[in-house]
Design a protein around this ligand. Structure first.
Ligand code: ASP
Length: 357
């Protein structure tokens, strides 16, 4: 009888430990993840499940999470709506709001990681901006989708599931701002959108992926090679307005007009989406030199999807007072220059930033 009693006691103890551990998986505490929602197709809705027309930013955070209830096994989730826009309307104001909220949320021990739901159109800008100004080493992960939530085979739910899994994963720490889409984990520095409609739209040319994930089980291949987070010198603390930087697209027979107009409109910086290795017509180059002489910083990037823009290759940057973008595309070159121009810097110092970030 005594023996039965002790067995029963043992069983009750085991059951108690099991029940007390219901919020824990494999004996580990579940991560606390905050979703910061900004809109985009992941929160988009269409009239039917098989139409291409839809409206971004229609669906609440609860509805997005309810589409993948299994995420609640991965993490404790809270959500905040930061904005509700198609990311074609993403602004520096919203990016700064995100940066500040991330700083607040990640300051203590209460939050382990952040997931940002975002439209894919300008995801590279927001990801890169946050990579430069957020100081936390906790995972900050952007997710989006190419198909609205109402579509057949919507890609948002799995992307959200994988994004939360990565944000909750201690191995994702210290890898900068990440993007998780279609099973791939990209660095903010490398990711670029390459297809207007395909689900497999993000690539990380040249430097490659940070890792991959399959139903929340992730493998990591590398850390970012560029500076970010705590090592970044950029901050938007106390910043209310950012300097104007324009991107101008180069093509055959380009005139000087847009470069001149940009200077007249008060741009402090210009990024040329050049042909090939950051090239442009003689007329446009002359206009860039005029701009540079007036103190406007001109960065030569490229409209070509991959490859470096090298200094002093076909254009003598030293002589003309220009900056080469290295491996940053025009949209990321603009983000870096915008933040760089918050402080007075010499041209060679700005050039160095393009090699480091
Ligand atoms: N226009 C949408 C957006 O960027 C496209 C998307 O999310 O895929 O918000």
């Amino acid at each position: 009888m005594k023996q039965i009693d002790s067995k029963l006691r043992h069983l009750i103890m085991v059951a108690f430990v099991f029940i007390a551990g219901a919020g824990f998986s494999f004996g580990q505490k579940k991560a606390n993840i905050v979703i910061l929602a900004t809109g985009g197709t992941i929160a988009g809705a269409a009239g039917t499940s098989v139409q291409s027309g839809y409206t971004s930013g229609q669906v609440t955070i609860d509805a997005m999470v309810n589409a993948v209830p299994d995420v609640l096994k991965l993490a404790n989730i809270k959500g905040e709506q930061i904005s509700n826009v198609g990311s074609q309307d993403m602004s520096f104001e919203i990016m700064m709001k995100l940066a500040r909220r991330i700083a607040e949320l990640t300051a203590g021990n209460a939050v382990d990681g952040i997931v940002i739901t975002h439209g894919t159109d300008t995801m590279e800008e927001t990801a890169y901006f946050l990579n430069l100004v957020c100081k936390t080493d906790k995972p900050v992960v952007l997710v989006g989708s190419m198909r609205p939530s109402t579509a057949v085979s919507a890609d948002g739910p799995l992307n959200l599931y994988n994004g939360i899994a990565v944000a909750a994963d201690p191995n994702a720490k210290g890898r900068g701002v990440l993007l998780v889409m279609n099973d791939w984990i990209h660095s903010a520095q490398t990711l670029t959108k390459v297809s207007t409609t395909a689900v497999q739209t993000f690539m990380s040319p040249i430097r490659g992926l940070i890792g991959t994930t399959a139903y929340g089980v992730s493998e990591y291949y590398r850390y970012p090679y560029s500076k970010f987070g705590g090592k970044s010198e950029f901050s938007v603390e106390n910043v209310t307005k950012l300097p104007r930087v324009d991107i101008i697209y180069a093509d055959a027979d380009m005139s000087a007009d847009l470069v001149d107009a940009s200077v007249e409109k008060g741009a402090k910086g210009i990024v040329i989406a050049g042909v090939g290795n950051g090239n442009m017509t003689k007329a446009a180059l002359d206009a860039c030199v005029r701009a540079s002489k007036k103190g406007v910083v001109v960065v030569r990037s490229s409209r070509v999807a991959t490859g470096n823009v090298g200094r002093n290759v076909e254009v003598n940057d030293d002589e003309l007072g220009l900056v080469a973008s290295s491996d940053l595309n025009p949209q990321k070159s603009r983000i870096l220059l915008t933040l760089a121009l918050l402080k007075q810097r010499k041209l060679d110092e700005i050039q160095k930033l393009y090699y480091e970030y």
